[in-house]
Design a protein around this ligand. Structure first.
Ligand code: 5AD
Ligand code: SF4
Length: 477
């Protein structure tokens, strides 16, 4: 009789297997370094969402363990990795453009290793294009097996032949991957992977697979370790966090998880994304209200205002339901900052439909929004729908949307004027010397003059200027 292994046993085993490859490569790299006294460098370009950014942190963690050091100069790297996104076509075009340039780098340096991974690789059409047009790519893998990078790299080093490893579904959730955080004081934690919603425009369910939640104990332990390592702010990540727990045996809801995370001592702020309106429960709204560490900001994509279009998008809520939900949230948590995603030009969208989108924007008064022109993704149901909206009309609607949205975002930003707010200082300002940048609980960016020793700390600033997309403050201690 074969013994059934628990998933966590399998994942530890797999992580240990990769560990041996990590050690092998590390030894080779150390040996080479002692001979040539040259340090090997890696360069990672990340496209797309926070999920990809977090995957890149794990990939960087493994590369550093294998003896590579990070560089921001692509032409100095010995190992180049593109972690790709396929949500919209322009993200894909960018990758193809850059791959052309890599051919030139490879011609200059035969030892350069080029790897590509992420969502784009999960599509057969893309894989065929890479194989036929970009043969200088050495390692290709997908979204389900990023933890196998050490093994794939070792295989390439041994054979010097292109290594392709793409799975169509996840096998194990491999825990305990080393990870290099961009910030010492804030970190992302996956709570679930994949998506089951199948919004008709979206390629994500096809490239990230079915929804699966991590065990709450694994999540809580990871966060506790991060806090012990100096992390003060956590971003809980999932394509659809509101349905967290539905795939677990002893179902725990996202709201319950949030309450548990809130109890972790030493942790100061909790954020999460992304929420789907159809699954956002009263229980969660109350948990957000009650938990002092949960930031009062919520990203709640509505995508389109027209109930007809929402139906075609398979979003499973109506315009009225979204408006009611937003109102309920704003009434329960009055200082909440709501942000959203909006798509214009979905197939069949007419002027009336588009007006519904503008109407939702005016009624909800978002603090910010990511706005997109619909991009046709082969393989999704919307790709074959009738009523394609001409490009000029999409562009006009997109511009009109900005004209309605921006003054609202500006007015919301003005509400901060003259107030003193607590921010977590994140980094030196990219635009102004001697300035630092931090974020409020609501997620607003604040630039202020201060010493770099404040990075990673909470400080109070008085807001002396409020722009549409950022605030200017001065230290108020
Ligand atoms: N075209 C345009 N925007 C899209 N999004 C997802 N798929 C598409 C598409 N095919 C947007 C949605 C989603 C965000 C991450 O990207 O607004 O919430
Ligand atoms: Fe895509 Fe919809 Fe899933 Fe978001 S919820 S990842 S838009 S299918």
């Amino acid at each position: 009789m074969s013994k059934r292994r628990t998933p966590s046993m399998m994942t530890t085993e797999e992580a240990q297997r990769q560990e041996t490859y990590i050690k092998q490569i590390r030894m080779q790299n150390d040996l080479e370094k002692s001979k040539t006294s040259k340090q090997k460098h890696y360069y990672i370009a990340t496209f797309g969402c926070q999920m990809n950014a977090h995957d890149s942190e794990k990939l960087a963690g493994m590369l550093e363990q294998m003896g590579y050091q990070k560089t921001d100069q692509e032409n100095e790297a010995d190992f180049i990795l593109y972690n790709t996104c396929c949500v919209r076509e322009n993200a894909e075009q960018k990758v193809y453009g850059k791959l052309g340039y890599l051919k030139y780098l490879k011609d200059m340096n035969k030892d350069l290793i080029i790897a590509i991974c992420g969502c784009m690789m999960q599509q057969d059409t893309v894989l065929n294009i890479i194989k036929s047009k970009y043969p200088h790519v050495d390692i290709i893998f997908g979204t389900f097996n990023i933890y196998k990078l050490p093994e794939l790299l070792q295989t390439y080093l041994e054979t010097k032949e292109t290594v392709i490893d793409i799975w169509n579904e996840h096998k194990d959730i491999v825990e305990d991957l080393p990870s290099i955080r961009k910030y010492k004081f804030k970190a992302s934690v996956n709570i679930m992977y994949g998506c089951n919603n199948f919004c008709t425009y979206c390629i994500v369910p096809y490239v990230r697979g079915r929804e699966r939640s991590r065990q709450p104990e694994d999540i809580l332990n990871e966060i506790k370790e991060l806090v012990a390592d100096g992390v003060k702010e956590i971003m809980l990540l999932g394509q659809n966090v509101n349905s967290y727990g539905k795939t677990l045996k002893d179902g725990i809801s996202f709201a319950q998880l949030l309450r548990k995370v809130n109890e972790i001592e030493g942790l100061k702020r909790i954020r999460f994304m992304t929420s789907h309106p159809k699954d956002l429960s009263d229980e969660l709204i109350l948990a957000m209200r009650d938990c002092d560490k949960v930031c009062k900001s919520l990203h709640l994509p509505f995508q389109a205002g027209s109930t007809e279009i929402l139906k075609k998008m398979n979003r499973k809520y109506t315009k009225e339901q979204y408006l009611e939900l937003a109102e309920k949230i704003q009434n329960t948590i009055p200082d909440i900052a709501l942000t959203t995603d909006i798509i214009v030009g979905f197939p069949g969208e007419n002027e009336e439909d588009f007006k519904d989108t503008l109407d939702v924007v005016r009624k909800v008064r978002f603090s910010g929004a990511y706005t997109f022109i619909y991009s046709k993704r082969t393989g999704t149901p919307a790709a074959t729908m009738e009523g394609e909206v001409p490009e000029e009309i999409c562009q006009r609607r997109f511009n009109e949307l900005q004209e309605v949205l921006q003054p609202i975002v500006y007015e919301k930003s003005q509400e901060f004027y003259g107030k003193t707010v607590e921010i977590l200082v994140e980094e030196k300002s990219k635009n102004k010397d001697s300035y630092l940048t931090g974020r409020t609980d609501s997620g607003h960016l604040v630039h202020f003059e201060g010493d770099t020793s404040l990075i990673g700390q909470f400080v109070n600033v008085e807001i002396i200027e409020a722009k549409t997309y950022y605030l200017i403050g001065k230290l108020a201690n």
